[in-house]
Design a protein around this ligand. Structure first.
Ligand code: BMA
Length: 329
């Protein structure tokens, strides 16, 4: 049995695997948990991050507005299912004015690290790059320097230092909808200066795993297990109707996490449900957060559906480790 190395989480959102289900992950019966009108002006709420906070949960949500602007909003929940999302976007403080200038912000991740909650997101600075901030209360957010040069997306911190360094995964990109993309790892002594870049893994162009032939990018913060860092990621194929986004898994070495132990050839989850296939951008499932309980091994994955609404799916560490190894490339 694989084990999560982390904290217990009592009362996390959960449903048992439905009888007869043969999948390694199963959707919440009440999906989508957040609809288009998550806050007053939202057109869509998706690709958002949540963490346990105080006696419930807090989150940073991507709410595209009805003018179709992209920004981040704080939210709170008692049960991780019903969310109250602020009507006003997060105001960042602390960084030099040049860095605080806001063009657009989207696709946040939240990583509990050394007693604070670090938020990373795709930050518009003459093109997309990785914004970084921390908060202790989800009201005041202290922004740091952008981690990288443009163009980059999907910056995801590891939840602890490894070999004395902070580590972040990312997916270098272009200024548009990026018809390529591999996962890299960068290291930092202070969360400001990033270097020692390593290639983790890239697209797979063969017939054996075509769903991830256009680009791959990290999803939720890697989950520490006794078998390695469990990475849930998105993989994309280009079809005659455009991109299709699916979800896969990989296991990375605990000490040198740019080394891949195993990676799934099959996708874990794909747009099958109507709310994943129909929306502003059809055929997208895009994972950004995972809650975990070290006692039971349960995992709850939050994912964007068709760039329109937010879904939740359940699995366990054992299911994902077995799935990754069983279908390894
Ligand atoms: C990516 C990002 C995501 C989005 C996806 C599908 O490049 O913009 O926010 O979910 O495309 O449109």
């Amino acid at each position: 049995m694989a084990r999560i190395i982390g904290k217990p989480l009592k009362n996390m959102p959960w449903e048992d695997k439905p009888q007869g289900c043969r999948e390694a992950i199963w959707r919440y019966s009440g999906n989508p948990i957040i609809g288009r009108n998550g806050n007053r002006r939202s057109n869509s709420v998706f690709n958002s991050a949540v963490v346990p906070f105080e006696d419930g949960y807090a989150g940073v949500f991507r709410c595209d507005s009805r003018s179709i602007s992209m920004d981040l909003f704080a939210g709170r929940s008692r049960d991780g299912l019903k969310w109250e999302i602020d009507d006003e976007p997060i105001v960042m403080t602390g960084a030099p004015e040049e860095v605080l200038k806001k063009q657009y912000r989207y696709d946040a991740r939240i990583i509990p690290l050394e007693g604070k909650y670090y938020v990373t997101w795709c930050n518009g600075y003459h093109g997309p790059t990785i914004g970084v901030a921390w908060t202790e209360d989800f009201r005041t957010f202290h922004q740091l320097e952008n981690a990288f040069l443009p163009f980059n997306r999907n910056g995801v911190l590891f939840p602890r230092k490894i070999g004395g360094m902070y580590m972040m995964l990312s997916r270098p990109s272009d200024n548009g909808h990026t018809p390529f993309g591999d996962i890299y790892l960068s290291q930092s002594p202070d969360l400001e200066f990033w270097g020692r870049h390593r290639y983790v893994f890239g697209t797979f162009s063969g017939n054996d795993s075509a769903w991830q032939s256009t680009k791959v990018g990290p999803g939720p913060a890697p989950i520490e297990t006794d078998e390695g860092w469990l990475l849930i990621y998105h993989g994309v194929i280009t079809t005659c109707n455009g991109f299709v986004y699916r979800i896969g898994t990989a296991l990375l070495d605990l000490e040198e996490p740019w080394k891949v132990i195993a990676r799934s050839a099959d996708y874990l989850m794909a747009p099958w449900e109507i709310y994943e296939c129909v929306g502003d951008v059809p055929n997208v499932v895009f994972p950004c957060a995972a809650l975990t309980d070290s006692d039971t091994g349960r995992i709850a994955v939050y994912y964007g559906c068709a760039d329109t609404v937010t879904g939740l799916a359940f699995t366990t560490v054992d299911e994902l480790v077995n799935f990754t190894r069983e279908h390894a490339l």
